[in-house]
Write a protein that binds this ligand. Structure first.
Ligand SMILES: [Zn+2]
Length: 256
């Protein structure tokens, strides 16, 4: 019986994440187009018809309708259930690591904003200022509720990667977008300096690998530009969850 209750709780937390994910879909679609996300109901992007409430159940509706609009039969993007499932899994992983706690809630808020930033950066190569400013709210909350990271470590974290990135733009113009720099500054404040170094290292490996693959493929001679924001987001998420474990075992291996 206890296992069943635990199972139900997991399902509940997953669907909590999924519902937030369906809200993130609205933000990802509307914010770059400067459509207010609080205005009006969800509509089909092909025919413009408002989607009925019973067709708006996250994931489930997508499979019932086989990913098509009830009105015009055009395919919905697979992006929608993908974002919902990712956000559901994030909620679950945070619950497994931090339980139902204030820390969990703060990290989930951070992660949800990072999901929106990742997809918008992927689509448009820009990170909306509004989302970075929103990220400041859980960053401030972390000061009071995530006590193992000291305020000094946060302040150093704020500058540790962002300042070198900023200075690098004078040497190599356009190597980083302003959005990337602001994003990693706020994330540095959330994580503290050790973990933002780890996050940047992960981002560099992922983004660098993708960059090398792009250069090797070299389909067109157009100057290659990578949306770096999504790799920063992945790095920050990994560091937020496992940063302390990774850093501790690294230090142990080298007897530091
Ligand atoms: Zn339609």
């Amino acid at each position: 019986m206890l296992y069943f209750a635990y199972f139900l709780l997991n399902i509940f937390i997953f669907f909590f994440g999924v519902i937030i994910g369906s809200f993130l879909n609205v933000i990802i679609y509307r914010v770059p187009k400067e459509i207010p996300f609080w205005q009006g109901r969800s509509y089909c992007v092909s025919c413009g018809k408002t989607i009925k409430p019973y067709d708006l159940i996250p994931i489930i509706s997508f499979f019932i309708l086989r990913g098509r609009c009830r009105n015009c039969n055009n395919k919905f993007s697979r992006r929608y259930p993908l974002v919902e499932i990712i956000t559901g899994l994030i909620a679950l992983v945070l619950y497994w690591n931090f339980g139902i706690s204030v820390v969990s809630f703060i990290y989930f808020t951070v992660s949800a904003i990072l999901v929106a930033i990742s997809f918008i950066d992927f689509d448009t190569m820009t990170i909306p200022n509004g989302l970075i400013i929103t990220l400041v709210i859980p960053a401030m909350a972390a000061v009071f509720f995530v006590e193992q990271t000291e305020i000094l470590s946060r302040v150093i974290g704020f500058l540790a990667i962002s300042l070198p990135m900023f200075l690098l733009t004078f040497l190599i113009p356009d190597c980083f977008g302003g959005g990337d720099i602001k994003l990693i500054a706020v994330c540095g404040f959330i994580l503290g300096w050790q973990n933002i170094l780890l996050a940047a290292f992960i981002a560099l490996i992922l983004g660098g690998t993708y960059g090398v693959i792009l250069i090797l493929k070299n389909k067109n001679n157009r100057k290659i530009h990578i949306a770096f924001g999504q790799y920063i987001c992945i790095g920050v998420f990994v560091a937020m969850l496992y940063g302390n474990i990774i850093i501790d075992s690294y230090l142990k291996i080298f007897n530091l």
